[in-house]
Design a binder for this molecule. Structure first.
Ligand SMILES: [Zn+2]
Length: 411
């Protein structure tokens, strides 16, 4: 009997060397977001190992939900760091700071988003971001980038806050330079399909695996259909990036809503869309065709107060998370993280938590081919958000990224 025991001891010593160091499994408990069933998850080596559904709720079981980490496809900046502007705060450290602040809100994956700007600033910022995304400290939270502009509509209203002097016509050579600067990691381009050269650019995007989104445009129905035929997959923040006054028949909303091949993203922060818009959009597109996005600027995640932008404009962040021109109800941008959108979409549509999380995590993971994310299943990356939900308010208690706790709320 001594020999097998010895071989067992030897095996236990050698096995970690043979198979790579195995950490001890970590356990996470709470109610599964899908069906409110009590579960115990086992995590090992950054991945979900097992999901055990409990038949009885043990004493002291935590009153929290467990969901896959939120995935935000439009983050212009966060916690005082702007990805999109030309300021000097965009450094690897700045990106780490923004990422850590997003983790506190349960956002475990996001696409830093650059908007219409000069060629020099876009190239510079993509180079910095491409280096920053490799930083081990952010644990793979940035899989790639979103470029919104500069090939958008020059028309006031549709152009939104994008500076007119930097709006230009689509040019594949220019986009290719950005893609090179970004290390090949531009995952999505938002463009206006009606501007000269846009449809041809879409062909180049398709060949080069850049997903095309329609946004900040005033395209007629025939061009929207042509763009979807050429592979446009999603409408960026439907209902925003449009003029205040539109033709009741011929406007870009109807054809984008009517074509079931096109998904939509919506800013469900409680300020950018009316509840009835969110209800109609989600009814038409369904849970499977809708993505929640934040479109947050660098002012998001800061304490309420007044700030001066790099253009010298004074803006105000209210305690409710509205980013506006002081004393007016005119929005400057968005300041609510995706966690707020999850609660808000449930509040205004009556959808389940499972549906809200699908729109905030599963759908974007599938759209960008992030096969290891967006679901709780064995073998997936252990990117988890653990939260309470009261009065449609998501309060993040604990965030896990690639198996490691990166945030825990004060008790
Ligand atoms: Zn926009």
């Amino acid at each position: 009997m001594r020999i097998p025991t010895l071989s067992l001891i030897l095996w236990s010593l050698l096995a970690p060397m043979i198979s790579g160091a195995q950490e001890n499994p970590v356990r996470v408990e709470g109610y599964l977001y899908l069906d409110h069933s009590p579960v115990s998850l086992k995590i090992q080596n950054g991945k979900i190992l097992e999901i055990n559904r409990l038949t009885e709720i043990p004493d002291g079981f935590p009153e929290v939900y467990i969901a896959p980490g939120f995935i935000d496809n439009q983050v212009n900046g966060y916690a005082g760091v702007s990805f999109a502007l030309g300021g000097s705060d965009l450094t690897t450290e700045g990106v780490t700071k923004a990422t850590r602040a997003l983790w506190k809100e349960g956002v475990t994956t996001y696409l830093p988003t650059l908007t219409t700007n000069s060629r020099e600033i876009l190239l510079k910022n993509f180079r910095i971001l491409a280096a920053a995304m490799e930083n081990k400290e952010i644990r793979g939270s940035i899989p790639g980038f979103h470029l919104e502009g500069p090939f958008i509509s020059p028309e006031d209203g549709y152009r939104g806050a994008h500076p007119a002097e930097h709006v230009r016509l689509p040019d594949w050579n220019e986009l290719r330079e950005y893609q090179q600067a970004a290390g090949g990691k531009i995952l999505q381009l938002t463009l206006a399909p009606e501007v000269e050269g846009a449809l041809a650019l879409m062909d180049s995007c398709r060949e080069n695996h850049i997903l095309v989104a329609l946004g900040h445009h005033n395209a007629p129905a025939a061009i929207i259909t042509a763009a979807i035929d050429r592979g446009a997959r999603i409408a960026t923040h439907l209902g925003n990036g449009a003029a205040n006054t539109i033709n009741r028949h011929r406007n870009p909303f109807w054809p984008q809503l009517a074509d079931e091949r096109l998904m939509i993203s919506i800013i469900a922060d409680g300020f950018h869309l009316l509840p009835e818009q969110i209800r109609v959009f989600t009814k038409v597109k369904g849970t499977g065709g809708t993505i929640l996005t934040s479109d947050v600027t660098g002012f998001a995640g800061l304490p309420p107060g007044e700030f001066v932008t790099s253009e010298g404009i004074t803006i105000e962040l209210t305690p409710e998370g509205m980013l506006r021109y002081p004393g007016q109800n005119v929005l400057y941008g968005s300041a609510s993280p995706l966690s707020k959108g999850v609660g808000h979409v449930m509040k205004v549509t009556g959808c389940s938590l499972a549906d809200a999380v699908q729109m905030a995590s599963t759908n974007p993971a599938r759209l960008y081919g992030l096969d290891d994310r967006g679901e709780i299943a064995p073998g997936k990356r252990a990117d988890l958000v653990i939260f309470t939900l009261e009065n449609f308010h998501v309060s993040v208690q604990h965030t896990i990224v690639a198996g490691e706790t990166v945030y825990r709320a004060e008790p």
